[in-house]
Structure formats: structure tokens, C-alpha cells
Design a protein around this ligand. Structure first.
Ligand SMILES: [Zn+2]
Length: 331
């Protein structure tokens, strides 16, 4: 480890001695490649409210950022900052890698434009990042190519017909709102990576019914759930159907489904619900939901909103499962 750090510092100081713009970017790129992604986010990227991002209350996201698997599935409730997460990864991949080609796909033109304008643009406009970049070769709603690295992202939309996706050669495909993309078009989209040595994929969305695209993918993944041990009765709680998630949302806060004791979600750990041998693991799936994120359950105003949604009769049980818990539900 020490040898490794000495090596990096040596390489970086050699580059800085050259004192030109290209060398100073290369030095920074070296540092970025050797720093955990979660730390880079907290140093360089702003959120949509114009503040530098802080993952202190999103503990469960650090392991996702720091060990992004080749194929990643994010099964999310609403309001889990999924779009921020995807835009963070795309932005930093464009900065850290050279000639790296990504494709972002959402089901509709409107959602693709919204992601491009309201998330991706905001990340690139983050002042600490903007300061180290030297502009774009191309920068519009549907394509961005970074000057310093020649890395790019193209943004497309596809629901049932993949004809708009054919053509570009890519290394990393990011599928957003996957619940609204037909399962059968996924292999066609994947063809864009046929020649790539990387072939990386991200799938993200909110569950609907159990036969929906996101749930079909989830079933094949290793199904990582955030497990929280109750300090009163030692029961391990996860926001899963078998743990009676409705019981976990009490007026006082996130609670143990067995004894109603309050849970501290900052002390959770990721546990595989579909354990697979490393050589068989093809898709790594994480379940993220608003009630188990400290950012929401430690804020009384946010918690009141969650409690209201779960107890309010305006929401049916299917909507509560899908949108609040991020779980599939068959009506
Ligand atoms: Zn308990």
C-alpha cells in the first residue's frame, strides 16, 4: 500500500514539474483514478441545490460508488437520489477515463432531456470540477464529449423499439427508469458494446409488478438488502416483504418490525438475499429506499411525509410498495 502511494505521488509530481495544462490535468486524473469515487464526489460535485455533495447521510451509497461492479442494478423507491447517483458516475467516468464511451437510455425523450439538462449539466457545472476541465468538444442535450479525455456520453430514449439506439459503439450502457423499458429490447441495446473490452452496464428504476423488467433482473441478481440490527431485541430488519415493511414505518420513526424499537439505519450493512458464488455472480443488485436512508429518516419533516404516505388512504398498497419501499407488488 505504502509502495503504491509512493509510486502515485512520484508519478504525479513528475507530471506537475512539466507545468503545462495537459500535464496538470494528467496529474489530477492520476489522483482521481486512485481515490475512492465517494471521496471524489464529496470533493468535486455539487448537488441540484447548489451545495457540494455530502454522503454522510447516504452511508449505504459509499460501497456502491467505491466498488462499482461490471453489471449493476439499482432497485429504488422514489426520492433516493438515483438520478444524482447516475449523473455522478457518468460525469466522473468521463473525467477519469480516456476515450471511454457511455450510452444513457431512458424510456422517453422527455425524461432523457430532463436528465441531461437537470442532472448531467449540473454535475459538469460544479465549480471545483469545472475549474480542472478544459471544456467540451461537443456539449448538447443528446451528446457530450469532454475535451481533456475525449470520453463521451450519448443520451437516447427507447421504450419498446431500439431502432434509435443502433449505431454507436459503447463501453458502458446506463439504463434509467428500466421499469418502463421492454425486457426484450435489452439484448438489442447491449449490441452497442459488442466490440468493447469493458461491456459495463447499469440498470436503475422503481419496481412495479413482479413480472416487470426490473423485477425479472432483480431475481437474477445477488439481491443486496440493507440490514439493520434492532438494539432492543437483536432482530435483523430489512425493508423486504418477509419483514413486514409497513410495521417498520411508525410515527416515531423507522422501527423494528418485531418489537417496534427505533432503528439506527446508519449502522446497517449490505446483506445478500440471493447469495451467489463469485464466479457465478453476473449482476450485483442493491435495493435503495427512502425510509432506510438516514437523510430522510433522521429528518422529522421528511419522516412525517413518509409516514403520511404509508398511512394515508390516498395511496394504495401497490403504490406504497413501489414508490415508498421500492418493492414489486402485484395488484
Ligand atoms: Zn426489535
Amino acid at each position: 500500500m505504502l509502495y503504491c502511494m509512493t509510486n502515485i505521488i512520484g508519478k504525479v509530481s513528475d507530471l506537475l514539474k512539466r507545468k503545462d495544462q495537459k500535464a496538470s490535468f494528467l496529474a489530477r486524473q492520476w489522483l482521481l483514478l486512485n481515490t475512492p469515487l465517494s471521496k471524489i464526489i464529496e470533493l468535486y460535485l455539487y448537488d441540484n441545490e447548489g451545495h457540494i455533495q455530502n454522503l454522510e447521510k447516504f452511508q449505504m451509497m459509499r460501497p456502491i460508488y467505491d466498488q462499482i461492479p461490471r453489471r449493476l442494478l439499482l432497485k429504488c423507491s422514489r426520492k433516493t437520489l438515483k438520478s444524482t447517483l447516475l449523473s455522478n458516475i457518468i460525469t466522473l467516468n468521463m473525467v477519469r477515463y480516456n476515450h471511454y464511451k457511455m450510452l444513457y437510455v431512458a424510456p422517453q425523450e422527455l425524461s432523457t432531456k430532463y436528465f441531461s439538462n437537470n442532472y448531467l449539466n449540473v454535475r459538469f457545472e460544479s465549480p471545483p470540477l469545472k475549474k480542472i476541465l478544459h471544456g467540451f468538444i461537443k456539449n448538447d442535450v443528446f451528446e457530450k464529449i469532454l475535451n481533456a479525455t475525449n470520453s463521451s456520453v450519448i443520451l437516447r430514449y427507447c421504450k419498446e423499439d431500439a431502432s434509435r439506439i443502433r449505431g454507436p459503439a459503447t463501453d458502458h450502457n446506463i439504463h434509467d427508469e428500466i421499469q418502463d423499458i421492454l425486457f426484450d429490447v435489452l439484448p438489442i441495446i447491449k449490441e452497442t458494446m459488442a466490440l468493447s473490452p469493458f461491456k459495463r452496464e447499469i440498470f436503475a428504476g422503481t419496481p412495479l409488478t413482479t413480472d416487470n423488467t426490473i423485477n425479472v433482473l432483480w431475481k437474477t441478481s445477488n439481491q443486496l438488502e440493507w440490514a439493520m440490527k434492532c438494539e432492543s431485541c437483536n432482530h435483523w430488519n430489512t425493508l423486504t416483504e418477509d419483514n413486514e415493511p409497513l410495521k417498520m414505518v411508525q410515527k416515531e420513526g423507522l422501527s423494528c418490525s418485531k418489537c417496534a424499537g427505533l432503528l439506527d439505519s446508519s449502522k446497517g450493512i449490505w446483506v445478500e438475499f440471493n447469495p451467489q458464488k463469485e464466479e457465478d455472480r453476473d449482476l450485483v443488485g442493491f435495493h435503495l429506499a427512502q425510509p432506510i436512508l438516514t437523510h430522510f429518516n433522521q429528518d422529522p419533516k421528511e419522516w412525517k411525509e413518509i409516514y403520511k404516505k404509508v398511512t394515508n388512504t390516498n395511496y394504495n398498497i401497490g403504490q406504497i410498495y413501489n414508490e415508498v419501499f421500492g418493492l414489486a407488488y402485484d395488484v
